[in-house]
Design a binder for this molecule. Structure first.
Ligand code: CAO
Length: 472
């Protein structure tokens, strides 16, 4: 017997989290990366994967326990897993169909435990009561439970759903206890949560919380408020196969999670996007020179590193961009962690370069390259993706002119970047060819005014046009 203690890994900025679900029991065989427990801070939740394969010997935590990095969750007999895998590789294996049937539950668990939890660790967007846009806030709010449920009751009476479904519901603000499960043994599936949301949006169903709110409003003689509910048409139900051949494909886990986060952010944050072009002719010459110098060291500098550095300078000058809304307060950050959107085969993730103010261009370039690689391999940890202050979404390596990036809550602004191109610019006497970089800045109008956004973008483009100013 070889016993291995499985401990809580680095969980980012969370000092202490609460165990809200235990997903295994003594005697269970677990795979490496399989989820063992779900933990929750006051703002986010995540699953803790196993660092080893093995058979669970002893649970060292129970529901409601507080744990931190290094806390022992359970012990595993890793030798048993090795024996099992050795046996599996021996002849006399069962026929293929039987093997598949046996492997199915494991595969599901591993899928749930995929390491990138970009969006699930992003704290939910704060929803201040005062400034939310009237047209959308009530619909979104109708999915929320107004009162924090009794915590001990929540821990004991968990609805029958997998952690992934539970998290998906939490992100949409869906009260799981009101959702009818259609899976095996009444298990609630992602589709059930989606159906619940659609029914609420269509108005054919209302949550108990919304019903209670309406009853209160009616009792107070308020009547139906004009702005309540989006009152949208039902989502079109189309039999696509009627029109031609089709194929159905499940969304990836990251797509489901990031989709729910993007949807929430897009609906709940009043976005405005400003566009401008930066003259990066001189910066591009500097970048190429640096790349020639650094070729031997294997360091490649792209515009992204310069933009991260320029973003730090702009955030310093305009601190309301380095902020988050918390109820009726603005949290102004004194640190500079810059996220960048990375396109991966499984979907969009946003790794974060920490303390970018304390790093040089070469160090940032190396770090973004390493984080991008990790992202594409699905190896980012929650710590790699949390704590961002401001994000950059660069489509510059692909093309296009401008787009309207969605703010990565609880941040209040994001910069979209497209491909630079040479075009004639008037220098006061004549047109000269200059390399221009299209930029799009989306900002949260609850926190930032149009004039401040324009100043931010003018300042930012000025930095890229004359990068020496970054150090001023
Ligand atoms: N203009 C012109 N060329 C650019 C450029 C720009 N703005 N930005 C990058 N390039 C060039 C690079 O210099 C590089 O060229 P060479 O190979 O000739 O040197 C090439 O484009 C590829 O760059 P890259 O994309 O690999 O590197 P990056 O540091 O610029 O970006 C990353 C890294 C992770 C941001 C990027 O790979 C990525 O995933 N972008 C997509 C982000 C995304 O999906 N955003 C949308 C979010 S909303 O859905």
């Amino acid at each position: 017997m070889a016993i291995q203690e499985i401990k809580v890994p680095d969980i980012g900025n969370f000092d202490e989290v609460t165990v809200i679900e235990i997903l295994v029991k003594p005697g269970d065989t677990v795979q490496k990366e399989q989820s063992l427990v779900t933990v929750e801070s006051d703002k986010a939740s995540m699953e803790i994967p196993s660092s080893h394969a093995g058979v669970v010997q002893e649970l060292r935590v129970k529901l409601g326990d507080k744990v931190h990095e290094g806390s022992v969750l359970l012990t595993l007999d890793v030798a048993k897993a090795q024996q099992a895998s050795a046996q599996n590789s021996e002849p006399n294996q069962p026929p293929a169909q039987v093997q598949q049937a046996q492997a199915a539950p494991k595969a599901e668990a591993i899928e749930q435990a995929a390491p990138a939890v970009a969006a699930s660790m992003a704290p939910p967007a704060p929803t201040p009561a005062s400034a939310a846009p009237a047209a959308v806030a009530p619909a979104a709010a109708s999915l929320q439970t107004p009162h924090q449920p009794d915590r001990s009751a929540q821990l004991v009476h968990l609805p029958h759903a997998s952690p992934a479904v539970r998290r998906f519901a939490r992100e949409l603000g869906v009260p799981l206890e009101e959702v009818q499960g259609t899976g095996p043994k009444g298990r609630i599936t992602i589709a059930d949560v989606q159906a619940f949301t659609q029914a609420v949006m269509r108005g054919t169903l209302q949550t108990r919380a919304a019903a209670a709110q309406r009853a209160t409003a009616a009792g107070a003689g308020a009547g139906a408020p004009g702005g309540a509910g989006l009152n949208l048409l039902p989502w079109p139900q189309v039999d696509f196969a009627k029109f031609g051949p089709i194929e159905r494909k499940d969304l990836s886990r990251i797509q489901k999670i990031s989709g729910a986060n993007l949807h929430r952010n897009w609906v709940m944050i009043p976005h405005v996007t400003n566009h401008d072009d930066a003259d990066v002719t001189d910066l591009e010459a500097l970048r190429q020179q640096l790349n020639e110098e650094q070729a031997k060291a294997g360091i490649k500098v792209t515009l992204l590193a310069f933009m991260i550095k320029a973003a730090v300078a702009a955030l310093r000058k305009f601190p309301q961009f380095n902020a988050s809304l918390d109820g009726e307060q603005l949290v102004l950050k004194k640190y500079f962690h810059i996220g960048f959107a990375a396109d991966t085969p499984n979907g969009l993730v946003v790794p974060v370069v920490r303390d970018a103010d304390q790093k040089g261009i070469l160090e940032i370039a190396q770090e973004t390259a390493a984080l991008s690689q990790k992202a594409r391999e699905g190896k980012l940890t929650p710590a790699d993706m949390t704590g961002g202050c401001f994000s950059i979404s660069s489509l510059g390596g692909i093309g296009g002119r401008y787009f309207t990036p969605i703010i990565n809550a609880p941040e209040v602004a994001i910069l979209g970047v497209c491909k630079s191109h040479t075009e004639p610019q008037w220098d006061g006497q004549q047109f000269v060819p200059r390399l221009m970089l299209p930029l799009s800045l989306s900002w949260d109008h609850r926190v930032i005014d149009g004039a401040a956004a324009a100043r931010f973008l003018v300042y930012f483009t000025g930095l890229l046009a004359d990068f020496r100013r970054v150090s001023l």
